[in-house]
Design a binder for this molecule. Structure first.
Ligand code: PMP
Ligand code: GLN
Length: 394
């Protein structure tokens, strides 16, 4: 066999760091603060709704391609209630197999080979793979740590963003709240993105899966900015907001022509997404706001617990304004390389973290930075911190 089986488009993406680090956690029996999934399931009544749907034969056979009407209506109602955005559930909402499929389908649908896509770096790993599968080219714009303030954070350099646009740019792939940095883009940053998109006639695909996990400031959906509704594809998922990451129910909201384009790609990727979970997620979206505000309060406490613990363990913490991830610099520990640190950490301390350099085209920009997930029980976080502190003095 002369030619290798895997297409050259995909050779850079053979393993995802999340699967690799979760396997390492299982192999070493470590506390897994690597892959972002909660160790407590979402609301019991939502789980019951899925069981009920299966028992009652709702969604056990192919549901409609765009998603069941109940869920499309619930998504539209959520967007109206939280953000004042009006979407027609029949033509402007599409249910997907998680946000991952939504991103992939949007990229496959909207890009021609050779188009350039601007993506914030460090980027969520499926973005690079999705852009490559579409035959397009990614152009990273780096979020750089601003270490000046009392609570160092990463910000978007607006000049760098403007300079990244060329005549080949077709779309900006945005993510706010941002994984892995925890940055929540503020109104000034979003207005700059919007102005650029309008001026240069670009589309924006915005991944807002952490929309309800914001601790400082507020989540502003890009589609709410003037002139943006018509050129924005917004993506979210039940995985993060309702703590059912295994269900893989996501959705897209956008004007009808954009939804029709994304649906065209989606129907040949999965055709439809799991039926009974769609009924359950429709019920989740109708829960009183207290559920989401409670989740946020809970995660805020966990953020502060882990941030304090990592600081005590000697790392330099970048305080996240959103998501359930904290990034931290390991330089103060005398460490230089996040990959080497994360590969040896399970053996040394029984804790798994993720090196963020793998999310950069320029790994030097994140060489010494690692990411910890804090969507875990308080006692699990406390034990991880204890081990990291002990490992430090060992
Ligand atoms: N986007 C971002 C930024 C994420 O962190 C994740 C991880 N869960 C996803 C998309 C994927 O979401 P889903 O599990 O719904 O496919
Ligand atoms: N989004 C999760 C994270 O960033 C993981 C999802 C995945 O494993 N693909 O950790």
């Amino acid at each position: 066999m002369g030619r290798p089986p895997l297409s050259s488009r995909l050779t850079p993406f053979v393993t995802t760091i999340f699967a690799e680090m979760s396997a390492l956690a299982v192999r070493t029996g470590s506390i897994n603060l690597g892959q972002g999934f909660p160790d407590t399931d979402g609301p019991a009544e939502v789980a019951e709704a899925a069981v009920r749907a299966i028992r009652e034969g709702r969604g056990n056979q192919y549901p409609p391609g765009p998603g069941i009407p109940e869920l499309r209506r619930a998504v539209a109602e959520h967007q109206r209630r939280w953000y004042g955005l009006e979407w027609d559930p029949d033509t402007e909402v599409l249910v997907t197999a998680g946000a991952t499929e939504a991103v992939a389908a949007a990229l496959l649908a909207l890009l021609e080979p050779g188009d350039e896509v601007i993506a914030l770096e460090p980027y969520y790993d499926s973005y690079a793979a999705g852009i490559a599968m579409a035959g397009a080219r990614r152009v990273p714009v780096t979020l750089r740590p601003d270490t000046g303030g009392e609570a160092p954070a990463y910000r978007l350099d607006l000049d760098e963003l403007r300079a990244a646009v060329t005549p080949a740019t077709r779309l900006i792939l945005l993510n706010s709240p941002h994984n892995p940095t925890g940055t929540v883009l503020d109104r000034t940053e979003l207005e700059a993105v919007a102005a650029l998109a309008r001026e240069r006639d670009l589309l924006v695909v915005t991944d807002e899966v952490y929309e309800h996990l914001v601790f400082d400031g507020a989540h502003i959906p890009l589609a709410t900015l003037p002139g943006m509704r018509e050129r924005t594809v917004s993506i979210s998922s039940a995985g993060k907001s309702y703590s059912f990451t295994g269900w893989k129910v996501g959705w897209v909201t956008a004007p009808a022509p954009l939804v029709a384009a994304v649906r065209t790609a989606k129907q040949y990727l999965t055709y439809v997404s799991a039926g009974p979970f769609q009924y359950a997620v429709a019920e989740a979206l109708a829960l009183p706001d207290a559920y989401l505000t409670g989740l946020r309060a809970d995660l805020l406490r966990k953020r502060d617990l882990l941030a304090a613990g990592l600081t005590e363990a000697g790392l330099r913490v970048f305080r996240p304004s959103g998501t359930y991830f904290i990034t931290a610099d390991i330089t103060p520990l005398g460490e230089k390389d996040g990959v080497a640190y994360c590969m040896s950490l399970p053996e040394r301390c029984g804790v798994v973290a993720v090196p963020t350099q793998v999310f950069y085209d320029d790994p030097d920009a994140g060489r010494s930075i690692v990411r910890f997930a804090f969507c875990k029980k308080d006692e699990v976080l406390a034990e991880a911190v204890r081990r990291l502190k002990e490992g430090r003095s060992a």
